[in-house]
Design a protein around this ligand. Structure first.
Ligand code: GLA
Length: 342
């Protein structure tokens, strides 16, 4: 049994609208999602002893989400991650997007899908958000109709993304939740055990753009096919964290992506997806300056993201999975976040 409760979360400045909150509850999970950016603001999961903790970083109030902050819990679009120099060619025409991170376009631009109000519709076991991204929004071609649907089933949260376009455009949608299975506000994720089902990853240049090489993980710090304890692993390989795309099975069927286990609480998160990639990000850019829920501070490495998506900068890399959506097609991807205790 899933219940869905609707309430007001906050008012946008200058009468720009009301942000609503949808609370989905099963006997195992409780998740709060707001209509600003389709953002997951809380996710309560029980531990081995049946004690619930909120395992996602975020803010108690709308104001937190409106300040400059690193996409906590939000849906990212029109194209997740980076497009090199914000430019690409399509049908012989060059497109230039706003540059918003170093020399690149990151996460849909200045006003991406995380920074807009979506129209909600309550479902028996979840909530569906929709919006129309106008032709030319953030420099992207074509009017894009988008639907993001969250549904809960026991310990599993499913997120489905659909889109239709009036002109050919790149599309790659994801959710940017930061998890800490010890409970949000815990200082780091070093005691988390991580497995990612990927034989290859994408090396990046100094601007975090993939070089184009699809590198085998074998014998590198990126071989996470067997569980590793994150803190020890970072030390062993002397690396400062992950912010990389791992190449998943390229099948549009549901496939296993990753498993993260927090031994002390027993909480386990398994991710399944239809997407060809996952950006594993260990919150390297957090620096403890943001004030989160319950007085939490968020230092570097206090959370992890598993952003299932197409490979970064695919629009400029012909050897990466196709990212273009054409008018006669439908974009349709699903990711499952499955929580359990072990
Ligand atoms: C993604 C990117 C990171 C960073 C975060 C948000 O994970 O890959 O480089 O931009 O989003 O700060």
């Amino acid at each position: 049994m899933v219940s869905v409760t609707r309430s007001v979360f906050g008012e946008l400045p200058s009468g720009a609208g009301t942000v609503e909150k949808f609370q989905l509850q099963s006997d195992l999970l409780r998740v709060d999602i707001i209509s600003w950016g389709c953002t997951i603001t809380a996710l309560e999961v029980k531990d081995r002893q049946g004690r619930a903790s909120d395992v996602v970083l975020g803010f108690a109030e709308l104001e937190g989400y409106l300040q400059k902050q690193p996409y906590f819990g939000a849906v990212i679009g029109r194209v997740a991650n980076r497009i090199a120099k914000g430019t690409f060619m399509l049908d012989g025409k060059e497109f230039q997007l706003p540059i918003n991170r170093g020399p690149n376009s990151l996460h849909g631009g200045l006003w991406g899908f995380d920074k807009v109000l979506w129209s909600p519709q309550v479902l028996p076991n979840g909530v569906q958000f929709s919006r129309v991204s106008p032709d030319g929004e953030e420099g992207y071609p074509g009017e894009l109709k988008v639907w993001v649907t969250y549904t809960l089933d026991g310990g599993e949260l499913m997120v489905n993304y659909r889109a239709q376009t009036s002109r050919t455009t790149p599309v790659s949608l994801t959710n940017h939740s930061y998890f800490n299975l010890a409970g949000q506000g815990s200082p780091n994720i070093y005691d988390h055990e991580v497995t990612i089902e990927a034989d290859a990853f994408l090396p990046v240049n100094e601007a975090l753009i993939p070089t184009g090489e699809v590198a085998p993980v074998q014998g590198t710090a990126f071989d996470l096919r067997q569980p590793v304890e994150l803190g020890k692993h970072l030390q062993q390989f002397s690396i400062d964290g992950f912010d990389h795309n791992f190449c998943l099975k390229q099948s549009k069927e549901k496939h296993f992506c990753a498993r993260v286990r927090h031994a002390a609480s027993g909480r386990v998160l398994e991710v399944y997806t239809t997407q060809p990639g996952v950006q594993f990000y260990t919150a390297n850019f957090l620096d403890g300056t943001l004030k989160g829920k319950g007085g939490a501070v968020y230092p570097k490495h206090c959370g992890f993201c598993l952003e299932t998506q197409n490979w970064p900068n695919a629009v400029n890399q012909s050897n990466f999975p196709p990212v273009l959506l054409r008018p006669e097609e439908e974009y349709n991807h699903t990711t499952w976040f499955k929580f359990s205790v072990a």
